[in-house]
Design a protein around this ligand. Structure first.
Ligand code: ASP
Length: 302
């Protein structure tokens, strides 16, 4: 059964059939990206606005590239220096941007629920590029797509997620996506960085990196979200690194290493892991463009 997508605000409402449709589209766009012209002008005449209220490198640039590779025009909104300084509301700002002839909004904001709010009130597709500690749907989609490209399947794979589970929107999106794809999760973090409700979800929870990683097909390491920790969940960065850093000795031949970036080398990852032969960290970024092309295409032409 084919579904249509009107917004992508979270993984929660995404049926697994639609994830597979997105993978199929991403395969087609990934092939396009490997052609000399790298263009599939399917969105010529459309305009996409990027509203990033939080820092971003990979997500912002890959949405921009995705839209441009599809032939759409892209406008970037920068909060500093905008009329938000004069008291304009987010909704008014968005409505004014739409009034200029914009067909889709990609939004990142520290406020949990911002993308849902805009999706409820705007007549165009809204894509959540990260809302605070809540969800980051395209990151989880591109991570699982990376696994799919590497292994050729995802069902039955065991994925260990290590790091700041409490503040990571990437972790929450994976928690919601894994059951739809038959991926088995293992979660590993200091006890203070494990949301209490997660103990009841049925996924094994570890406080020991070696056991969490042993036998897993892939490991997704998360950054410590320093900017979101207004209480002190760990005694010190040195101690976190000592007990929770992933090191080459934890990994066995064939285990895939992923990280959504940005990486704090020496904190969550031993710097020598940049030479791990099965790292897929830059592949995640490459596949991210294809996944975001698929999302924009499905929203605007699907
Ligand atoms: N880039 C990802 C995010 O925006 C992960 C991170 O920042 O650690 O959530």
């Amino acid at each position: 059964m084919r579904h249509t997508l009107s917004h992508l605000v979270g993984v929660r409402d995404l049926p697994s059939s639609m994830v597979w449709q997105l993978y199929e589209l991403a395969d087609r766009f990934y092939d396009v990206l490997r052609q000399p012209t790298r263009k599939a002008p399917a969105l010529t005449g459309s305009s996409v606005a990027l509203l990033f209220f939080e820092s971003s490198t990979r997500t912002k640039l890959s949405f921009e590239l995705a839209a441009k590779r599809l032939g759409a025009d892209v406008v970037q909104f920068s909060a500093s220096g905008s009329s938000l300084d004069k008291g304009e509301t987010l909704l008014d700002t968005a409505l004014n941007i739409l009034a200029m002839g914009v067909d889709a909004l990609v939004v990142r904001h520290r406020g949990v629920g911002t993308a849902h709010f805009l999706a409820r009130h705007l007549p165009v597709p809204v894509v959540n590029a990260g809302d605070g500690t809540h969800e980051h749907p395209t990151q989880a989609l591109l991570d699982t797509y990376t696994l799919f490209k590497h292994f050729g399947y995802v069902e039955g794979l065991t994925l260990t997620i290590i790091g700041d589970l409490f503040h990571s929107r990437v972790a929450l999106s994976h928690l919601l996506l894994a059951p739809k794809l038959g991926i088995k999760l293992r979660l590993c973090a200091p006890p203070t960085l494990i949301p209490p409700l997660w103990y009841g979800l049925g996924w094994p929870i570890y406080t020991d990196v070696a056991s969490a990683v042993s036998g897993a097909h892939a490991v997704l390491v998360l950054r410590m979200q320093k900017e979101r920790q207004d209480w002190a969940p760990i005694a010190s960065w040195q101690e976190y690194a000592r007990f929770y850093q992933l090191r080459p000795a934890h990994l066995r031949e064939g285990q895939v290493l992923m990280h959504p970036g940005p990486i704090n080398w020496g904190v969550e990852l031993d710097p020598s892991l940049q030479y791990w032969p099965h790292t897929r960290i830059l592949d995640q970024v490459t596949y991210g463009v294809a996944i975001r092309m698929a999302v924009l295409y499905m929203l605007l032409r699907g």
